[in-house]
Design a protein around this ligand. Structure first.
Ligand SMILES: [Zn+2]
Length: 238
C-alpha cells in the first residue's frame, strides 16, 4: 500500500454525484436502494473509473495490494454500513477481486471511539501504520490500525508476500541497470528502465526502498549502486 493523491473531480461529475446522493437521501438510503442506484449508474461509474485508473499505483493496480488488476470500484466504508456513502467520491477506491470479494467484503472495524481501523491510502500515509520488510516481503503492523489493515485486506497472503520479495529482487536489478546505463552514457535507456520501474506491480516495494535510502545502512540492505539510482529517480521526479 502506498499513499495516493485523490484529485478533485471536474465540476460536472461532482454535480452528478451530489444529485445521486440527494435522490438517495430523499427516498431514504437503505442498503437495497443504494446498491440498485449504484448498479444503475454505469455511465457515472465509467467516468469515476477513469479518474481512479489514473490515481491507482502502477498500471491500474489494486489500491490495497498493488498487485492484481483493480477490477472494480470499492466503497471503502461499505454500503451495508453507510448506504448514503454510495456516491461519495472520498469513499471510492479501486480494488482487485482478491482484496474486495475474498477479504474485505463488508468488514469495517472501528475502535472504541468509532474511528475506522483500516488505512485509507488516499487519506493517510500507510507507512504510519505498516512496515514492509523488504527481504521477506512481509508487512509488520506498527499500530492497531496496521494490524487490522493486514487482516482485513489479507495483505499477509502468500501470493503477496512472495510477490513483494520477488519485486524487491526485480527492483534492485532494474536500479543497477539504471546505474550502469548512466555510467555508460545511455541516458535514454536509463529513462526507459526508470519509466518501466515506475509502473511495476507492488509499487509499495519501490516506495519502501525510496523511504529507506536516506537511512544509515541503506546500502547494506538495498545495495550501493541501487541507492544511487534511487536518488537519481527522486531528483528526476521533482
Ligand atoms: Zn488487491
Amino acid at each position: 500500500m502506498i499513499p495516493l493523491d485523490r484529485p478533485a473531480l471536474e465540476p460536472g461529475l461532482e454535480r452528478q454525484l451530489a444529485r445521486r446522493t440527494d435522490t438517495l437521501a430523499r427516498r431514504g438510503a437503505t442498503l437495497d436502494r443504494a446498491r440498485r442506484a449504484w448498479s444503475d449508474s454505469s455511465s457515472l461509474r465509467r467516468q469515476l473509473r477513469e479518474v481512479l485508473d489514473r490515481m491507482a499505483p502502477g498500471v491500474q493496480r489494486c489500491m490495497y495490494c498493488g498487485d492484481s488488476h483493480g477490477a472494480s470500484i470499492d466503497h471503502f466504508e461499505p454500503l451495508a454500513r453507510n448506504p448514503l456513502g454510495a456516491f461519495a467520491w472520498v469513499n471510492h477506491l479501486l480494488a482487485c477481486t482478491h482484496c474486495n470479494s475474498n477479504h474485505k467484503r463488508d468488514r469495517f472495524p472501528v475502535d472504541e471511539a468509532g474511528h475506522c481501523l483500516l488505512v485509507d491510502p488516499a487519506r493517510e500515509d500507510p507507512v504510519l501504520h505498516l512496515q514492509l520488510v523488504l527481504r521477506t516481503g512481509e508487512y509488520r503492523a506498527r499500530t492497531a490500525k496496521g494490524q487490522a489493515t493486514i487482516e482485513v485486506f489479507g495483505l499477509g497472503r502468500k501470493a503477496l508476500v512472495d510477490g513483494r520479495a520477488a519485486a524487491f529482487v526485480r527492483c534492485r536489478s532494474m536500479l543497477r541497470d539504471i546505474r550502469r546505463q548512466l555510467d555508460e552514457g545511455g541516458q535514454e535507456e536509463a529513462e526507459q528502465v526508470a519509466d518501466a520501474l515506475g509502473v511495476q506491480p507492488f509499487a509499495d516495494v519501490l516506495h519502501a526502498m525510496q523511504a529507506l535510502r536516506e537511512q544509515p545502512g541503506a546500502a547494506l540492505v538495498i545495495g550501493a549502486p541501487e541507492v544511487e539510482s534511487l536518488y537519481w529517480l527522486a531528483r528526476r521526479r521533482s
